[in-house]
Design a protein around this ligand. Structure first.
Ligand SMILES: Cc1ncc(COP(=O)(O)O)c(C=O)c1O
Length: 439
């Protein structure tokens, strides 16, 4: 693959951008020796500055349920941009988008728009503390909620010997620059284990404002919840008078119209959305029932933001929701079917080539991991058995054949409404070749 123009850009970028880009995940850490600089995208395809074409399964970390430059998104953004990009005043489209969201989310009465999942999660935790008057929050090993200090603990893969006893996981800060105070009140528990959660709630419930979790573990490949686990977790939280906070930054408007809450029949107290919601624009939201959401009224729990509810982003969000729900939720059904097909066929290719690659999915979210286990059910199994280097090689061999699989070894791949059957077939053929080559 010719990458001369990317190389030139990388050399320039290294003079002015840290790691040649704007997030470590996009740079040479995951794309060696330098990333392909992208020029444009259309549907499920992207093109780099050397003219190389890729079928995109990374889709901006899940921000593009309709793929790139969807005609309806282009049309609405072109129509509206001439009327101004952002007002920081109340907007009609803000009301319309919120109405649409609330109509899709039975557990939600009100929403408040933000820009990123990180901000939304930071606000969710502050709300929980404000409402309950309690200090501590409980998160889970391997769950990522953005890079806010208070939740930036035990989110990365680690050597299994550093994790401590599962009854009392070692809390591992994910960054320098965190004061001990910033995560002093953040407890960490193993996920997908009812007994572990019960023990933590018994010990700390009186001090706990909320339990926050992803409905599907989606920053450690894709690890689905065990049957009944989430519902039981919600019940246990209610029994201990602790708010149940579901972070749907990834799963929201992706795994079902109502997200993981719909898929697993949950009524979370606090929910956060991001990624898919903005269809490529930075739009996030905090949502919940009235008695929770009233906590961010002025004078109670503070939530601000100059860029909240950007006009163009909201038009994109509204249009995405309309498109995905049209014809009896056809968009949601389509991305789930594509994800299922990719998962089944990649697993078959792995079997045929004798490779220990396992693909796990929840609907449109799927991820290949190299492990000798039949399935990965929790973070500790992931840390102990998954060969991340092998995934790195596999995804690189895929990209060399024009199939863009996430270079980030722990972040999943996804489908969008624009992937075609021939995109799937080409990707499966490429996977077969990559796995043969790796033998
Ligand atoms: C579950 C979850 N919550 C929150 C975030 C943070 O979102 P953002 O990157 O928009 O700040 C992420 C990002 O990957 C996420 O996966």
């Amino acid at each position: 693959m010719k990458t001369d123009n990317s190389k030139i850009l990388f050399d320039r970028a290294m003079q002015v951008l840290v790691e040649g880009c704007s997030s470590a995940s996009r740079g040479p850490l995951n794309y060696k020796p330098y990333p392909a600089y992208m020029r444009e995208g259309k549907g499920a395809r992207i093109w780099d500055v050397d003219g190389n074409e890729f079928i995109d399964w990374q889709l901006s970390f899940g921000c593009l349920p309709l793929g790139h430059a969807h005609p309806k998104i282009v049309e609405i953004v072109q129509e509206k941009v001439a009327g101004g990009t952002h007002f920081a005043t109340a907007l009609e489209v803000e009301v319309e988008t919120a109405e649409l969201m609330v109509s899709m989310l039975p557990h939600v009465d009100k929403v408040r728009f933000a820009n990123t999942g990180t901000e939304a999660c930071m606000t969710g935790v502050r709300m929980a503390r404000g409402i309950t008057g309690k200090r501590k929050v409980l998160k889970f090993e391997g769950h990522y909620h953005g890079w806010y200090d208070g939740l930036l603990v035990s989110s990365n893969p680690q050597y299994p010997t550093t994790l401590g006893h599962p009854n009392d996981p070692v809390r591992i800060p994910d960054s320098s620059g965190l004061t001990p105070g910033s995560w002093e009140d953040t407890l960490v528990c193993v996920w997908n284990d009812e007994d572990a959660l019960e023990r933590m709630l018994d010990a700390h419930g009186h001090d706990l404002a909320c339990v926050v979790m992803e409905g599907v573990m989606s920053n450690m490949g894709v690890i689905p919840p065990k049957p009944g686990y989430l519902k039981r977790a919600q019940e246990m939280c209610r029994a201990h008078n602790v708010l149940f906070y579901l972070d749907e930054t990834v799963t929201g408007f992706r795994v079902a119209p109502g997200g993981a809450a719909e898929l697993y029949d949950l009524q979370p107290d606090i929910v956060t959305y991001g990624k898919a919601l903005g269809q490529g624009f930075p739009v996030a939201a905090i949502a919940g029932p009235d008695h929770i959401m009233e906590s961010i009224e002025y004078g109670k729990v503070l939530h601000y933001g100059s860029h909240n509810a950007p006009r163009l982003g909201l038009y994109a969000a509204k249009t995405m929701l309309e498109e995905m729900t049209r014809d009896d939720q056809a968009g949601f059904k389509k991305i789930a079917e594509i994800g299922e097909q990719m998962t089944t066929r990649l697993n078959q290719v792995a079997k045929d080539t004798g490779q220990n690659m396992r693909v796990q999915n929840v609907g449109s979210m799927f991820h290949p991991v190299f492990t000798d286990l039949d399935a990965i059910t929790d973070y500790r199994e992931f840390c102990a058995t998954v060969d991340l280097k092998k995934y790195g090689t596999f995804s690189e061999l895929m990209r060399n054949q024009g199939i863009f699989f996430s270079g980030n070894k722990i972040l999943h791949n996804l489908s969008c409404t624009e992937h075609t059957q021939s995109d799937i077939d080409a990707s499966i053929t490429a996977a077969g070749k990559a796995l043969e080559q790796m033998k």
